[in-house]
Design a protein around this ligand. Structure first.
Ligand code: ZN
Ligand code: ZN
Length: 311
């Protein structure tokens, strides 16, 4: 069976975190300590995304001095402006910002600010939808965004609101072609132990910030809290997945049905996805076809990894 992107593409997977805070906003570690922590934990790259607000003097962290042959950084920030559908400020991730990205003006709302960041070259991600209680209307207002943060480890450990799939899947069902990234959103609170709990694996030809950024925008990555995808192949309605040892390999479409292989420490599955992509009736339950599906792998410890949506 032929492999699909990003597994079919040249290069290798680089592990990175694209949502992190430091003392430039409300994180507890200095930027240099943050960089050392991720290097020591085996990461290949990091985007330091401090809160871009006047309270912290509009930080866009210049992390270029921390780049080396084996570790790099992407310039970024977490953007804030009024006002989402529940009346709170937006949290919007912008990875790949210019260092001179101008502060938000008084009358610039979250949608305009996110658009300006994307036009300046950034990968724009809708941050922690469940923590922010974002509605489908909020997602549609940011229909131009590149991606949804589907797992935020900091929110998961803070108040069990780390999920973003509820919003992503609804937006995919509206034909919005967004990708799905995982982060830890670490502030390095020792109480929460919020670092290193979620990351992205980005397929790139080199550890070059521009190359990594282009791969993020193209959706050439997957998110994980532990397991590793080795290959995904598709031939007609046959799907083949290879991965690190897991207990479930699941393909989910835009409706209630899914196809699953379960076992103990399985490292591959061949699944028939016709249930997801063709109209069918399973027993008494009619199922409409979906234009997309995605794959989840789940290991023995409950750690998960997720491909981007496959259209
Ligand atoms: Zn946030
Ligand atoms: Zn954050």
């Amino acid at each position: 069976m032929p492999s699909i992107a990003p597994f079919s593409l040249p290069g290798k997977f680089y592990r990175g975190n694209i949502h992190t805070h430091s003392t430039l906003s409300d994180g507890l570690l200095e930027p240099q300590q943050v960089m050392e922590a991720y290097k020591d934990a085996g990461y290949d790259f990091l985007s330091l995304t401090d809160h871009f607000v006047s309270h912290f003097d509009w930080p866009v962290a210049d992390t270029r001095e921390f780049r080396s042959a084996s570790f790099t950084t992407i310039i970024g920030a977490e953007l804030h402006a009024p006002e989402n559908s529940v009346g709170e400020i937006w949290h919007i991730l912008a990875v790949g910002l210019p260092l001179d990205f101008a502060p938000a003006s008084e009358n610039e709302d979250g949608v305009a600010l996110a658009k300006r960041a994307q036009e300046a070259g950034a990968f724009v991600g809708i941050a922690h939808p469940l923590w922010s209680q974002l509605s489908i209307e909020d997602g549609l207002a940011l229909s131009f965004a590149d991606a949804v943060e589907v797992y935020n480890h900091g929110c998961a450990v803070e108040n069990d609101r780390g999920d973003g799939f509820y919003l992503l899947d609804q937006l995919l069902n509206k034909d919005l072609k967004m990708s799905a990234f995982a982060t830890d959103d670490a502030h390095f609170s020792s109480f929460d132990n919020d670092a290193f709990g979620g990351w992205v694996q980005v397929k790139s030809e080199s550890l070059d910030p521009d190359s990594l950024l282009a791969a993020l925008k193209a959706g050439h990555y997957y998110g994980s809290t532990g397991p590793v995808f080795q290959d995904v192949q598709i031939d007609g309605n046959q799907l083949h997945v290879e991965c690190s040892p897991v207990n479930a390999i699941i393909a989910q479409g835009g409706l209630s049905r899914s196809v699953v292989k379960k076992g103990q420490s399985i490292t591959s599955a061949t699944l028939d996805i016709s249930l997801l992509v063709e109209p069918k009736k399973t027993g008494w339950h009619p199922v409409s076809p979906s234009d997309w599906f995605r794959i989840t792998i789940l290991d023995d410890s409950g750690y998960r990894a997720w491909t981007n949506p496959i259209w």
